[in-house]
Design a protein around this ligand. Structure first.
Ligand code: ADP
Ligand code: MG
Length: 672
């Protein structure tokens, strides 16, 4: 079986599960193998009952008290409850539809329970806890359990089975010669894939991640370099030097550009009339004002008689940008089109035709733009917003057609400068290192759960003053479904607690169009508070939003918190960020407190790098950077450095082969 074979070739995957995989964009055996666990569950040490908190997954050790009680509900479901005690206190354990456990509970002596803590009226409960003997649990504490981002119709066990089968059947050719592997101290690709999906222990899993991260960095670096080399060899087919339109946009703005914006646009304008196509990265913190620069660049390319496109990672952003471009470009007579995945086929066709005929000057769209073939005959400039979600391959595809448009990548990913230098060494970089002057500093507070009622009151006061707020719910890694349920509950509670406040709801399980509608309604102030998962992380711009409350903030990387915080403070009003700490660890508090003092994304990213504890390794990604499926430039900084040295040291011949590898869709038949 080959890497590129459809997953339906695997035993046990029928049309129904294929459909579920399809929703996760897993089509081939290779896609499945490189669908990496989101994180690894570890079995934490047990804790005293008096220290457990609502909302957490905990393990407690003790014994059952009294007789288990079982009630049967009207619908014939059973609820089994039993008290559980250790030296510090008691908690109620609760199981649904598990009558068979009753006997086990009465016989059990000293056991560990592992489950999620909820509050049932006044007492704390462990819901559906797993039961372990002390011996068994000690064994498990050495292991890791992969956690995938599951979707409806796929279970953990089904995924494990499919991956097992794929590992058995699929040839995994290692593009890296054995000698090179030994020299670099890296595992074979097959071993690495096996280990990430079926981890033996922390040490070995780290080795596997190291190898896979190396490959990702390697491809990325080679990819960027090759695109750069190609563009240098190609003449600028889309020279643009008249800046009348850009000037008009500048004049129409209600504010003056910052010095940094002026400088960055000058650099771009120079590229546009230069000898070869632009390959530039515009890097600027959230809120530094990248959009208007993109608009001026696009207007310039249209003025020269060409077309442009703006690519963004999400539908919500696409729509928002589309609306803004319409407003800005209309007075100049520049026509704008929108193309997103959720549009109907006929709608898409109309837009595609208009673009092909040159009736649309600037096309805004999601990545679907590049997945489906869109012909933009006079495409002179591609702007990619939040470029970290946009791979080298897609960029390479632009050059495929032999004509190379100008490319402007825009990123707010605050990764430490040293790492950025390694990753983007082969790009020209413009740095937007100045914030628009009218910004007030966002006031940030770290609080614990007991402060929540006050925080809600604070939100309600700001709503009364006509402002809007975001509430970000905790990350739930087990599944999108649980996360959705959690956000839904939270929103309902909030609506109950704050009568008269209009609460909106946003999560990853919603359809693209439902998400859009909600975001638009929020932007139009039809909601006062938006309760959301991190789907709002990128680029959303609602100037009237002044408070963001983030639950279980310690579960997020600092860089992600910074991105989230950037959703407020976008207008001239004083804004606030409330970080609710869900765990009582001092380390977590110390990390969160960085957010109180630091405002610069790059400084925060540096801190993330130095404060990252070893325990975080298998948890959430640190950098919020999504160029990579598994590699994390912050966590895997050393691997990145190794990949960089390796790429720099390649012979011409090796490099040539590596380029082939990076532009190929799979690892098949390519050797470094
Ligand atoms: P980002 O760099 O995060 O994409 P945006 O381009 O969305 O930032 O800009 C954030 C907000 O700042 C927008 O509301 C925009 O209108 C405003 N803005 C941009 N440039 C300036 C400026 N020079 N002075 C004041 N406000 C600005
Ligand atoms: Mg932006």
């Amino acid at each position: 079986m080959r890497w590129s074979d459809p997953i339906t070739k695997l035993k046990g995957i029928g049309p129904k599960s294929a459909e579920a995989y399809h929703r996760l964009r897993i089509e081939t055996v290779g896609d499945l193998l490189s669908w990496f666990p989101k994180k690894y569950d570890t079995f934490e040490a047990d804790r005293p009952i008096d220290s457990v908190r609502e909302g957490r997954l905990v393990t407690v050790m003790g014994s059952f008290t009294g007789v288990p009680r079982m009630i049967t509900t009207g619908k014939g479901k059973t609820i089994l409850t039993c008290g559980f005690r250790d030296a510090t206190g008691t908690i109620v354990a609760k199981w649904f539809n598990a009558p068979f456990l009753r006997k086990q509970l009465t016989q059990a002596k000293y056991v560990l329970l592992r489950g999620k803590v909820t509050r049932d009226r006044s007492s704390l409960c462990l819901v559906q806890p797993e039961i372990y003997s002390p011996e068994r649990y000690r064994e498990l504490m050495k292991t890791l359990r992969p956690v995938y981002g599951l979707t409806a119709g796929l279970s953990k066990t089904a995924v494990a089975k499919a991956v097992r089968e794929a590992l058995l059947q699929c040839e995994i050719a290692d593009p890296m010669p054995a000698g090179m592997r030994r020299e670099l101290g890296l595992w074979s690709l097959r071993d690495a894939y096996e280990e990430v999906h079926f981890p033996k222990c922390e040490e070995t899993t780290k080795e596997a991640i190291k190898r896979l991260a190396f490959d990702e960095f390697f491809r990325f670096l080679v990819g960027i370099r090759s695109v750069k080399e190609q563009t240098e060899a190609i003449p600028n087919r889309y020279p643009a030097d008249s800046l009348t339109y850009a000037e008009k946009i500048r004049e129409s703005l209600p504010y003056p550009l910052t010095g940094a914006q002026e400088r960055c646009f000058r650099e771009i304008a120079e590229d546009l009339r230069g000898a070869s196509p632009m390959q530039r990265l515009l890097q600027g913190d959230v809120g530094s004002g990248k959009t208007v620069i993109a608009e001026m660049a696009l207007a310039t390319i249209v003025e020269a008689g060409y077309q442009g496109c703006l690519m963004v990672p999400t539908e919500v952003l696409a729509k928002q940008h589309f609306a803004e471009l319409m407003r800005r470009f209309e007075p100049l007579g520049i026509t704008v089109g929108l193309l997103t995945g959720s549009m109907s086929a006929p709608e898409k066709r109309i837009v595609r035709e208009a673009v092909a005929l040159g009736k649309i000057n600037v096309l805004v769209g999601t990545h679907a733009l590049f997945q489906q073939s869109v012909e933009i005959p006079e495409l002179g400039l591609v702007v990619v917003d939040e470029q970290h979600r946009f791979g080298v391959e897609q960029r390479g595809r632009l050059t495929d057609k032999g004509v190379m448009p100008h490319v402007l990548l825009m990123s707010a990913t605050p990764i430490p400068r040293t790492l950025a230098m390694m990753l983007y060494a082969d790009l020209d970089i413009s740095l937007l290192d100045e914030m628009p002057g009218d910004r007030l500093r966002i006031r940030t507070a770290v609080v614990d759960g007991s402060y929540r009622p006050k925080a809600w009151k604070f939100i309600s006061d700001h709503v009364k003053a006509g402002e809007q707020c975001y509430v970000i719910c905790p990350l739930i890694e087990e599944s999108d479904g649980l996360e959705a349920a959690n956000v839904t509950d939270y929103a309902a509670t909030l609506a109950e607690e704050l009568p008269g406040v209009r609460v909106g709801l946003l999560h990853g399980r919603m359809s693209a169009s439902a998400k859009n509608e909600t975001m638009e309604a929020f932007a139009a102030h039809e909601y006062d508070v938006l309760v959301s998962t991190t789907v709002i992380e990128v680029g959303i711009d609602v100037a009237n939003a002044t408070v963001i409350l983030i639950e279980d903030a310690e579960r997020f990387g600092l860089a992600t918190l910074h991105q989230l915080r950037g959703r407020v403070g976008r207008g001239s009003l004083q804004s606030y960020c409330i970080l609710v700490q869900g765990s009582d660890s001092d380390e977590a508090r110390e990390r969160l407190e960085v957010m109180q003092t630091a405002t610069d994304g790059f400084a925060i990213a540096e801190k993330d790098l130095t404060m990252r504890g070893p325990g975080d390794f298998f948890g959430i990604r640190q950098s919020g950077d999504n160029v990579f499926r598994l590699a994390d430039p912050i966590r895997d900084a050393e691997v990145l450095a190794l990949a960089k040295r390796t790429v720099d040291g390649l012979t011409r011949e090796q490099y040539r082969k590596a380029v082939k590898l990076c532009l190929a869709d799979s690892a098949e038949n390519v050797v470094y």
